[in-house]
Write a protein that binds this ligand. Structure first.
Ligand SMILES: Cc1cc(=S)c(O)co1
Ligand SMILES: [Zn+2]
Length: 265
């Protein structure tokens, strides 16, 4: 029986290590990026992000986030700090209960309104995503910070499906011509990178994070749509209200001597 976990109370992040021992490991995520301590690495090759548009995918509310699963073998990532080729598996976000919080990583202590994770698995070293997800160098997560600002047209292709996934386990098939590359910032040469973990249980220490410096803007109304998702299919708050999915971000974890590299000076 899977162990229940969440972001508050007894099943919250402070207790994850009791059932998910890796959550107490030495290379956990997220972290604060102290820009005065990052180290420029001039050896990185250009990042190669090749996604195609014709990838039928499905959008699900898994109770912890919305997850767009991708089943195209044409969406690949390589270059930058990566030694191998990685394939896009899914993308999801972490966000807050208002625009002042929501990202998992912080930059010099600043928290953004949300954080996009594009999860890729190492197809050179492993035979399946399930195998890669628990192995060192198995996962690469392209990460973009999100702040409230002007409307983001690309995000509407995802948000237009949210009415179908308001409840947990809700799923919606996404057939239209959508390329997740449109969700990334324009500047894809300036990023920070370090070795960390899944930010949700089982918190496997298998992740190479690549975090773009440029912040993506979406409108406050679009951010509010993230918060329209519900965390359960039935349970209502004692007020009879649906419990909305908000503040699904893990607290900052100890750096434990890790160095965050920068692709820029
Ligand atoms: C595989 C995976 C990665 C991240 S970062 C997450 O939040 C959930 O699942
Ligand atoms: Zn994530």
């Amino acid at each position: 029986k899977p162990v229940a976990w969440g972001y508050e109370g007894d099943i919250g992040p402070c207790n994850w290590h009791k059932y998910f021992p890796k959550a107490g490991g030495k290379r956990q995520s997220p972290i604060d990026i102290d820009t005065s301590a990052t180290q420029y690495d001039g050896s990185f090759k250009p990042l190669r992000i090749h996604y195609d548009s014709h990838m039928c995918s499905s959008l699900t509310n898994n109770g912890h986030t919305f997850c767009m699963s991708v089943n195209s073998d044409q969406c690949n990532l390589s270059g930058g700090p990566l030694e191998d080729k990685y394939r896009l598996l899914q993308f999801h976000c972490h966000w807050g209960s208002d625009d002042t919080k929501g990202s998992e990583h912080t930059v010099d202590g600043h928290q953004y309104a949300a954080e996009l994770h594009l999860v890729h698995w190492n197809t050179d070293k492993f035979k399946s995503a399930d195998e890669a997800i628990e192995k060192n160098q198995g996962i690469a997560v392209l990460t973009a910070f999100i702040k409230a600002g002007k409307e983001h047209r690309g995000w509407n292709h995802v948000l237009s499906h949210f009415k179908d996934i308001k409840k947990v386990q809700g799923t919606s098939t996404v057939n239209e011509d959508f390329n997740p590359k449109c969700l990334l910032p324009e500047n894809q040469t300036d990023y920070w990178t370090y070795e960390g973990s899944l930010t949700t249980p089982p918190c496997h220490e298998s992740v190479r994070f690549i975090i773009f410096k440029e912040v993506v803007e979406v409108s406050s109304e679009q951010l509010a749509q993230f918060r329209s998702l519900c965390v359960c299919s039935s349970r209502k708050r004692d007020t009879g209200e649906d419990e909305h999915l908000v503040d699904n971000f893990r607290p900052i974890q100890p750096l434990n001597g890790r160095v965050v590299k920068a692709s820029f000076q």
